[in-house]
Design a protein around this ligand. Structure first.
Ligand SMILES: Cc1cc2nc3c(=O)[nH]c(=O)nc-3n(C[C@H](O)[C@H](O)[C@H](O)COP(=O)(O)O)c2cc1C
Length: 297
């Protein structure tokens, strides 16, 4: 963490990939300090705090949210993870990188160590899961009611997240429809519809379908490098190496926690839109009425 004195130092050599140059031009500033302090992901402490309230609300209705890291640099978890193992990560005393597979995590750590040793940074991918989500949140009726779109906006708003995937989007795009769609079945005993798989990530038509919600955030490697890239000094307009401030090497685990908060905030809002209510009791009554309707569908 930069000390108070460091934070007074003007930043005139903008870092490629950070908000420095775009923000300085926009606000007509010649010191990017004001931009970078405001653009910093430290702002997300507030999102995580609000997300904790949204999570507490959702738990009242049996909805739980957790995240895990599925890639760091080129090292990727080569299988899908189930809710139980992702949720169990929260109970571990020490979390290293938040990957469910110890061997993959060991290789992820090597990738981070290598980036650290060479003054570089690495990106990654986190997955947020929401378990116990009822079918019927969001709507197919208008573009801005579709829950996949709303989740994508919320997750891509996290600093350094440059892509969002719902379900197995990337793999699905490279496959055939016959292998991708989650087949529909009916369990007569339980009187409910079931699915052959959950490649759609719990969303169809912008509506939750009752399966686990799977949303992934793709992080670029962060832009502050100990071996700085080429830039230009804002004062002299001469070529200069970009400024360096104390910086992280890989933010995937922390970004996953922010992702949980963003998913919780979007889901809580969708929940209130559907069930309304001015008290928990009223929301619960409406929710239970709806569950009854679904049971008798
Ligand atoms: C948890 C977290 C920590 C971050 N820490 C740093 C950091 O130490 N140094 C850095 O240059 N960027 C860091 N970033 C990314 C920048 O905040 C981000 O790249 C910058 O605001 C520009 O926004 P953009 O990458 O979304 O375009 C972090 C992002 C997250 C999610």
């Amino acid at each position: 963490m930069a000390g108070a004195e460091d934070k007074k130092k003007p930043v005139t050599r903008p870092r490629p990939g950070h908000a420095d140059l775009a923000g300085a031009i926009k606000y007509n500033l010649h010191d990017a300090r004001y931009i970078l302090e405001r653009a910093s992901a430290r702002e997300t402490a507030a999102r995580v705090a609000l997300g904790a309230i949204a999570k507490a609300f959702l738990i009242e209705f049996g909805v739980n949210i957790a995240s895990h890291v599925i890639a760091v640099g080129g090292v990727r978890l080569e299988r899908s993870a189930g809710w139980d193992e992702v949720a169990a990560l929260r109970d571990k005393r020490e979390i290293l990188l938040g990957c469910v597979d110890p061997e993959t995590e060991r290789r992820m750590k090597e990738a981070v160590d290598q980036a650290y040793r060479t003054g570089d940074t690495v990106g990654g991918v986190f997955e947020v899961m929401a378990h116990g989500v009822p079918a019927g949140l969001g709507s197919h009726t208008t573009w801005d009611a579709r829950l996949d779109g709303r989740l994508a906006q919320a997750v891509v708003s996290i600093q350094a997240v440059k892509g969002v995937e719902v379900g197995f989007a990337e793999e699905n795009a490279a496959s055939f429809g016959s292998r991708v769609q989650d087949t529909i079945h009916y369990d007569r005993e339980a009187r409910r519809f079931t699915r052959g798989a959950n490649r759609a990530g719990g969303l169809e038509g912008g509506i939750t379908n009752g399966e686990d919600l799977l949303v992934r955030g793709f992080l670029k490697p962060i832009s502050t490098l100990r071996r700085p890239l080429e830039s230009v000094d804002l004062a002299t307009r001469e070529p200069a190496l970009a400024a360096y401030e104390r910086s992280d090497v890989c933010v995937a685990p922390a970004a996953g926690v922010i992702g949980e908060a963003m998913v919780a905030l979007v889901l809580a809002r969708a929940f209130l839109e559907k069930f309304g209510g001015d008290s928990l009791g009223e929301t619960r009554r409406n929710f239970e009425g709806y569950l009854n309707q679904v049971r008798n569908y």
